[in-house]
Design a protein around this ligand. Structure first.
Ligand code: 5GP
Length: 187
């Protein structure tokens, strides 16, 4: 049986990655779609686990070779994309795939896979809360923080195109809600 695609998208800082990591530890036959990116690796990240970190040239070659299921220049100069080879391999093994990608990429995959895919939007309770969370996370400079907040405001306008929204007011409750939604979808 072909696996299913579960796509999480959210403004940066919504808690999406925390939820995705939690779900991957539950043993639900879920495998994480490792994206390719040209952005610099953060200290706590591992190449080939969190992302495939590619040079801009390498990434652009892969675009030309039609290697991506979808790709976006998520932030100016920083490209992110889902490799077809990764998705095909996991689906053919009967694995369900979990995606942590941006809003447009999520909707593109949903369009491609229809009912085989579930697009989930994770939302912060407010933009103010999002700002605080991003500051606490401390991975951004003032400039990239403002870029991410601007993008978040834009991304929130896409919510109604998703199958389901999870409001992350309390991370433990959001994780539990996500678990129930996914168990139901892959059952
Ligand atoms: P970050 O730099 O914080 O890891 O990710 C920035 C944004 O890019 C996040 O919203 C993340 O979900 C998104 N992203 C990660 N991988 C992909 C991908 O393969 N495709 C698209 N379209 N967005 C991605």
């Amino acid at each position: 049986m072909q696996g299913k695609l579960i796509i999480f998208a959210a403004p940066s800082g919504s808690g999406k990655t925390t939820i995705v990591k939690y779900l991957l530890e539950l043993g639900l036959n879920l495998s994480f779609s490792i994206s390719a990116t040209t952005r610099p690796k953060r200290d706590n990240e591992v190449d080939g686990e969190d992302y495939f970190f590619l040079s801009l040239e390498n990434f652009k070659n892969k675009i030309t070779q039609n290697c991506f299921l979808e790709w976006e220049e998520v932030y100016s100069g920083n490209y992110y994309g889902t490799l077809k080879s990764e998705v095909d391999r996991e689906l053919s093994l009967g694995k369900n795939i979990l995606f942590d990608i941006d809003v447009k990429g999520a909707l593109n995959i949903k369009k491609n896979y229809g009912v085989q895919a579930l697009a989930i939007f994770v939302k912060p309770p407010s933009i103010e809360v999002l700002k605080e969370r991003l500051k606490i996370r401390n991975t951004e400079s003032e400039e990239t923080l403002n870029t991410r907040i601007g993008k978040a405001e834009y991304e929130l306008t896409f919510e109604d195109q998703f199958d389901i929204t999870i409001i992350n007011d309390n991370i433990e409750e959001a994780k539990e809600e996500a678990r129930l939604i996914i168990q139901n979808f892959i059952a």
